[in-house]
Design a protein around this ligand. Structure first.
Ligand SMILES: [Ca+2]
Ligand SMILES: [Ca+2]
Length: 348
């Protein structure tokens, strides 16, 4: 089964997890919010969130959490939804979002998650998920893309459990892949373009990402919790896992040698000739030395490897004494991400 887990990929690319809000009112992409940095009981304004429909309340709570101990709690009011959003600083040709949602276990709940635009008193969702509490036991998740296509049943889930929903929107082809709890439910789903003319609302630009509790319809109120919001200005490609061997494997601060060797093998179906050498980083910061790479089979296992040289001192400055994991990441020439790890020892 094809799977997607943006959050896991993000952990591998952890360097920018703090790229929150700039001085403008829009959030920069990639955007990530786990609501752990917000004071309990406060509105997450510092992370870029804005209120569209005030419902009853919205604040960061520790009643439920998907990550850490806090999440964003939205509570609708009778006859009035609760809707909160972030402005996106750019509307790109590709956009991925993933969100974890917990719905309060009462029948009849409705939540919306996705791109949106504000019109009159409503926030209209597009390329978005609708989550229904159903009978309070089994919930249903739908995705709604372009206006002409029927909504898509993404899957069911047990009420009382967190779900993680996500979509990769490719505006160039006007199609999406959507998933629930890491399982891809559909690909090639027709979607609305990032800008279009609506017969009622005029020119619409999908530059907001919104979440809403909407079971206010009919005078009820409801609660949802939202956590681990991820918005990327690209489509996440599954990374190629490289087999990495750093030599030497033991380092001494007083040791000699200007360079170290990093041997990289790729899984079957990939060629080391396709590695974008300039994209490689050791421990997220050390770029390859300006030396030619070599292709061979240094470990005689029949699998071709590429040997890339890195500056030894620059690498040592990223180490701490003892045994430790070292990361290698980068991409192939076609931009497919590449990740790998090895272990080295630094003599204390
Ligand atoms: Ca959290
Ligand atoms: Ca080899």
């Amino acid at each position: 089964m094809n799977t997607r887990r943006v959050a896991l990929t993000l952990l591998l690319l952890a360097t920018w997890l703090v790229s929150w809000v700039g001085v403008s009112s829009a959030v920069t992409l990639p955007f990530y919010d786990d609501f752990e940095n917000v004071s309990l009981g406060s509105y997450p304004v510092e992370n870029g969130w804005k209120t569209w429909a005030s419902g009853f309340t919205a604040y960061v709570s520790d009643t439920q959490a998907y990550s850490g101990i806090q999440s964003f709690r939205l509570h609708s009011y009778s006859y009035w939804p609760r809707c909160d959003f972030v402005y996106l600083d750019t509307v790109t040709d590709q956009l991925t979002y993933e969100v974890s949602v917990y719905m309060d276990p009462v029948a009849g709940r409705i939540a919306s998650v996705g791109l949106a635009h504000g019109a009159a008193y409503q926030m209209l969702f597009h390329n978005s998920f609708s989550i229904y509490g159903g009978d309070g036991v089994v919930g249903l998740v739908y995705f709604e893309g372009d206006f002409d296509s029927p909504r898509l049943l993404v899957g069911e889930f047990p009420i009382g459990e967190w779900i993680t929903i996500g979509a990769e929107l490719d505006f160039a082809t006007q199609t999406a892949s959507v998933w629930l709890n890491g399982e891809v439910a559909a690909t090639g789903v027709p979607i609305q373009p990032q800008e279009f003319d609506d017969p009622v609302w005029g020119h619409v630009v999908l530059n907001r990402f919104a979440v809403a509790e909407s079971s206010w319809i009919g005078g009820r109120t409801g609660v949802i919790y939202v956590d681990d919001v991820v918005i990327l200005d690209s489509i996440v490609q599954s990374a190629v896992e490289a087999d990495v061997d750093i030599s030497p494997a033991k380092f001494n601060l007083k040791g000699r040698g200007r360079y170290l060797n990093c041997h990289i093998e790729l899984p079957e179906g990939y060629s080391v000739l396709d590695i974008d050498v300039a994209s490689l980083l050791l421990n997220g910061v050390v770029a390859p030395a300006p030396m030619p790479v070599s292709i061979g089979d240094y470990d005689y296992d029949g699998v071709p490897d590429m040997t890339v040289k890195f500056d030894r001192q620059a690498f040592l400055s990223t180490l701490s004494p003892g045994e430790q994991e070292v990361s290698v990441d980068g991409c192939l020439i076609d931009t497919t991400p590449l990740v790998g790890i090895d272990f080295v020892y630094l003599k204390p």
